[in-house]
Design a binder for this molecule. Structure first.
Ligand code: NAD
Length: 258
């Protein structure tokens, strides 16, 4: 079998959190195009259903839309049960749901801090834990967590200490799980995107006005597109990345190089 054929995901079963839109939707589309059946998991169930229908129409694969808040352990657990109950197994999980808040540290309330950490870090832990439990039982599986270049640098000019701290936590969590599960067939990696054009950036009232400034700082002079994260995720979810675990992949058009 050739390398491209080996990279296909035919018949694989994958869930994607934050899959209704943005990076999650784009990566889910790539998984589907590569042959996988997908559960689109999101708090926004109306949008998740639309995405699942759109991908089912485009690729003909089995698609589920499941409402779950990644900060609520019971919802993450029952979402995982539903995926495995319907699909029979879980080959890969893309733990991707996340939010950003741009608030100066000295003005941030405890609730605001907690919300960002709960969704971005605790949410990834709960989701990876639920997926990991299934995969450890199976003896195989690949988990991909969405970190950010903000795990590596402090973005300017916007203040976002909780976001940056949460994403740095995602990388160390990823490495910890990778080491714990390395001998039991479960791989855990993260991606660290640079600025990507999604609702989170393009339509955020606090971030949108900064795009020109970011582009001036960016070696490539532009933001990334969600599609530019697809192939790394297909690689990580599939069977050509069997020696890849505990790694973080920075996809940022060289933004963090200097
Ligand atoms: P987005 O806002 O377009 O999409 C995020 C999705 O997550 C939404 O559908 C939302 O409903 C869902 N979501 C939010 N909270 C949730 C929760 N508690 N439980 C389940 N689902 C929830 O954002 P995006 O740009 O696609 O970002 C996706 C991930 O990529 C996030 O983790 C983000 O931090 C990360 N990221 C984004 C960028 C960027 O520039 N856009 C850069 C680096 C990393």
């Amino acid at each position: 079998m050739g390398i491209i054929e080996k990279m296909r995901l035919d018949g694989k079963k994958i869930f994607v959190t934050g899959g209704a839109r943005g990076i999650g939707k784009s990566v889910a589309a790539a998984f589907a195009e590569a042959g996988a059946d997908i559960a689109i998991v999101d708090v926004d169930i109306a949008e998740a259903k639309k995405t699942a229908d759109e991908l089912a129409d485009a690729y003909g694969n089995r698609m589920l839309a499941i409402k779950a808040d990644v900060t609520i352990p019971e919802e993450v657990h029952s979402m995982t049960e539903q995926v495995v109950g319907t699909f029979g197994r879980l080959d890969a999980a893309f733990c991707n749901a996340g939010i950003c808040m741009n608030i100066p540290a000295e003005e941030m309330t405890f609730e605001q801090w907690k919300k960002v950490i709960d969704i971005n870090l605790t949410g990834v832990f709960l989701t990876a834990q639920a997926a990991g439990r299934v995969m450890l039982r199976q003896g195989f599986g690949s988990i991909i967590n969405t970190a950010s270049m903000s795990a590596h640098i402090v973005n300017v000019p916007q203040p976002q200490c909780a976001y940056n701290a949460s994403k740095a936590g995602v990388i160390q969590l990823t490495k910890s799980l990778a080491v714990e599960w390395a001998k039991r067939g479960v791989r855990v990696n993260s991606i660290s995107p640079g600025y990507i054009g999604t609702e989170l950036t393009l339509n955020s009232p606090s971030l949108k006005p900064l795009i020109e400034q970011w582009n001036d700082m960016a070696p490539m002079g532009r933001m990334g597109r969600p599609e530019e994260l697809q192939s790394i995720c297909v690689y990580l979810a599939g069977d050509t990345s069997t020696f890849t675990t505990g790694s973080d992949f920075v996809i940022d058009g060289a933004f963090t190089c200097f």
